[in-house]
Design a binder for this molecule. Sequence first.
Ligand code: B12
Length: 426
Amino acid sequence: MITLLIVSTFLALAAGKPCASASDHEALLQSLNKQLLRSVDTQDNLPNPSVHIALRLSTQHNLDKENQHLNRLKKEFHEDIEKSLRNGELVVGRLALYILALRSSCHDLTSLHLNHNEVNEFLLTHLKKEMEEEKQNIAFSQRPKTNYYQYSLGILALCVSRVRVSTHVSHKLIHAVEHGQIKHGESLCIDSHAMAGMALQCLKNEGTSVKDDAELDKALVTIKQKLLDSKRADGHMGNEFSTGLAVQALLAMGVEMEECGTAVEALRADIRKGTYHNPMAASQVLPALHQQSYLHLKSKECRSEDDTLTADVESASEVLPSHGQVTLQVEVIKSNGAASVFSINVPKGSSLFEALNLLQDKQTGFTFKTEDSLWGAFLSVLNDEQARQTDRRYWHVSSDGTSLTQGIKDYKIDSAQRITIKNTGY
Ligand code: B12
């Protein structure tokens, strides 16, 4: 039976993908799985719930390491959420991911509380409350305090944990889908549509009552169409970093793996190129390659699991020392439109973060600060001006007019270029 299952899985994966054999696919999948397992060994950063979910949705496991990571989440990540609550920060998305991570390890959710204002609350009770606040915010200002990606994650976490989602909360998401309100900066956000798709599909599968069943079905059709329409000539849906989530959502919505063949091939090509070296990026891609979506967490039982995955020592990738310097122009455009341009020579192959540090050290008047997030360093302050989420502003980064698709620590400077960092509203 199991053999039959494996053979049919291989056949499904091999379908519609001329460039990879089933064994090639397995090897790539395993390399990404091992890379994620190695990432949880690093103790410098907070444990990442998204990485935990991806490890738990994989076929191969290292149960010891996964347990250690779960314990770190329950301590360090849990405390970090409580710290955010004390600082009055928004926690919807991180709390939802944490709940999904606990669910992925079949952990009893009622055994954990959040301590806030000297009150102990169940995680799910607190999430429900925050979702109510988000819903109110949408009612008053047509958007959540966080964003629709996190709002969808919230619905998904409640639904997967079999907690009823209020019809008002789900209606706000359905309405946003139908009115094209789900954006990333100025452009259509494929990642958020994928997350919304999984959240709404979960409600449909659970038979959760919604304001209007026909409206829910219409929103699901809209999302599916937007995801399919986002396919580029190279197979990506949206970009390299949204394709994994888009495939997950399409699978959750009942699309066959064969229909995602070109997207899966694009993901495989990215893995070969090392595009997903950021653990957060890898964590959103791996489930899709396993033909899993976050919806599978609902029925996860954690019984008789494989325990054969080893981290292996990372094969020393041949990083050839790059020679020479390149000239970088850094243009900063503040919220009042005032622009200043700085110039610096940096070693070829530096990250933008390293380049900005060099520029700061030169004491030319350029300064910057970052904030930590699950994706890494988020640029928050430049030349003493902060672009705040509470004001719905951020520092948008582009190179020679093209928006960067990576953060400042991941983006590498390989040639002379002009980086524009602009305080932008969204
Ligand atoms: C919403 C969102 C934004 C919002 C965040 C604020 C808000 N309240 O809405 C805004 C519009 C500001 C934004 C900006 C950017 N974003 Co954005 N963003 C997202 C999105 C859709 C959801 C993030 C989220 O809420 N996650 C849930 C919570 C639980 O996780 P979190 O880590 O705590 O969330 C925070 C961080 O993710 C942070 N954040 C958002 N984007 C980025 C990007 C980077 C590189 C970093 C380090 C942090 C970061 O803001 C979140 C809210 O505080 C993701 C999609 C995805 N697949 O994850 C893309 C995504 C993370 N963003 C991306 C990018 C490229 C950017 C920009 C670099 C775009 C640009 N050219 O300027 C900038 C960041 C520039 C900077 N200042 O450093 C990429 C990152 C890919 C990568 N390999 O690094 C993603 C995956 C989208 C994509 N498919 O291309 N983003």
